[in-house]
Design a protein around this ligand. Structure first.
Ligand code: SME
Length: 154
């Protein structure tokens, strides 16, 4: 994907998230746009923080057994606990990893934050090893911020 394509994708995400009638629809559209645009995004989903658990919201990819993840588990739990994006190049070498699919090789988890308060996270798996780098972070962290603005309304 070229930088121009990424800029177009970012604009599409910005308008879709802003125009969506509800936060649920904003999340669904973000997941759809990201999944369709980036070939190595094998599984794209959003978890929403409810109490001390991450609850799976909209996703595209194989159904995950991890529909509720306690904050002390998984790479998903770690990203919210650390309030920071986590990139894992080799999921099988990371003891925190909760497996969704045996094909998954790498993962990025980007927290959705309101100031210092986590609201949820964007979780993306790839069947490619070490698929994610700073360009994915540069794409996904602004998307998380756009989604956080929509959570604020509810
Ligand atoms: N791999 C995640 C669990 C969610 S699935 O990837 C959809 C984790 O380790 O937290």
């Amino acid at each position: 994907m070229t930088d121009i394509d990424r800029a177009d994708l970012m604009r599409a995400l910005e308008s879709a998230i802003a125009a969506a009638p509800t936060v649920e629809s904003a999340m669904q559209q973000a997941v759809r746009l990201l999944k369709d645009a980036v070939p190595y995004y094998t599984w794209v989903g959003i978890y929403v923080l409810e109490g001390n658990e991450l609850v799976l919201g909209p996703f595209i990819g194989k159904p995950s057994p991890h529909t509720r993840i306690p904050l002390n588990q998984g790479i998903c739990g770690a990203a919210v606990t650390e309030k920071a994006t986590i990139v894992v190049d080799d999921v099988n070498a990371d003891p925190r990893y909760l497996a969704c699919s045996i094909e998954t090789k790498s993962e990025i988890v980007v927290p959705i934050m309101r100031g210092s308060q986590p609201l949820g996270e964007i979780d993306i798996d790839s069947d490619r090893p070490a698929a994610f780098d700073d360009r994915d972070r540069a794409l996904l962290e602004p998307v998380a911020a756009m989604l956080a603005d929509r959570f604020d309304e509810d």
